[in-house]
Design a protein around this ligand. Structure first.
Ligand SMILES: CNc1ncnc2c1ncn2[C@@H]1O[C@H](/C=C/CNC(=O)c2cc(-c3ccc(F)cc3)cc(O)c2O)[C@H](F)[C@H]1O
Ligand SMILES: [Mg+2]
Length: 214
């Protein structure tokens, strides 16, 4: 049977990256997507911006919405302090299976909890299930029309505290207009746009960093 793109991406990691070396996993995926097959990873250009924000926040608790193949999961987790935890939500079982193997190849499985399920179902259950009260950092990279409802849900569930940082991918392409309008106009957020390009292309895209003011 035909392989899927995520399966071919995983094969490229297993072929070209060194086990236990997250940077080599990130590099192998970027090479595959630049030279073989485009895939919707945050990519290296926006990834460097993400790295700088993660390093500045130095989060102990991280939530990622939309794991896909685990590229940004590996990028973020590789920068976390030893006691930190990253929870990543992915409701497609095929993507989740690939991401688990990518995360394991990077040697980051002890820092990452991949939860197979939908953000809408899981955001209200995270505190009781994982003993986490609030998140220092949230990376939004799932369906673009779910950024706003899930942000409101995180607020309602008390998962954000004064200073929590939201980083949203694709705020220009494909675009998340309702989310952008909300975080840029709400008195509860201080927002900043980091201009960049859509992964592996010359099209404009960017990340929006929004600090929750409580
Ligand atoms: C809704 N709740 C969810 N809960 C758990 N997992 C979820 C949920 N929703 C989706 N997932 C999971 O999160 C992932 C979804 C990623 C979606 N990403 C994109 O569409 C996306 C698209 C482009 C793009 C740009 C230009 C172009 F010409 C074509 C594509 C670029 C990007 O960087 C993207 O991130 C995964 F697939 C899905 O199962
Ligand atoms: Mg994206």
């Amino acid at each position: 049977t035909q392989s899927t793109r995520p399966q071919r991406l995983l094969s490229a990691v297993q072929k070209n990256a060194t086990r236990g070396n997250p940077r080599s996993v990130v590099r192998a995926i970027d090479e595959f997507c630049r030279h073989k097959e485009w895939a919707m990873n945050v990519g290296d250009e926006k990834g460097c911006i993400l790295d700088s924000i993660v390093s500045e926040v130095n989060p102990v608790t991280v939530l990622e919405l939309g794991t896909y193949c685990g590229y940004s999961t590996v990028r973020i987790a590789s920068l976390l302090p030893p006691n930190a935890k990253l929870i990543t939500l992915e409701f497609n079982p095929d993507f989740a299976a690939i991401a688990r193997q990518v995360i394991a190849w990077a040697g980051l499985q002890d820092k990452v909890q991949l939860v197979e399920g939908s953000s809408g179902d899981w955001i209200p259950k995270i505190q009781e299930q994982f003993g986490i009260n609030t998140f220092d950092l949230v990376f939004l990279d799932h369906w673009k029309d779910r950024y706003l409802p899930d942000t409101k849900l995180m607020e309602k569930c008390g998962l954000l505290r004064k200073g929590s940082v939201l980083v949203a991918d694709n705020v220009i392409c494909p675009g998340t207009p309702d989310y952008l309008e909300y975080v840029r106009s709400s008195p509860c957020y201080k927002s900043q746009y980091f201009i960049s390009h859509l992964e592996y292309t010359k099209a404009e895209d960017g990340l929006e960093k929004s600090v929750f003011l409580g």
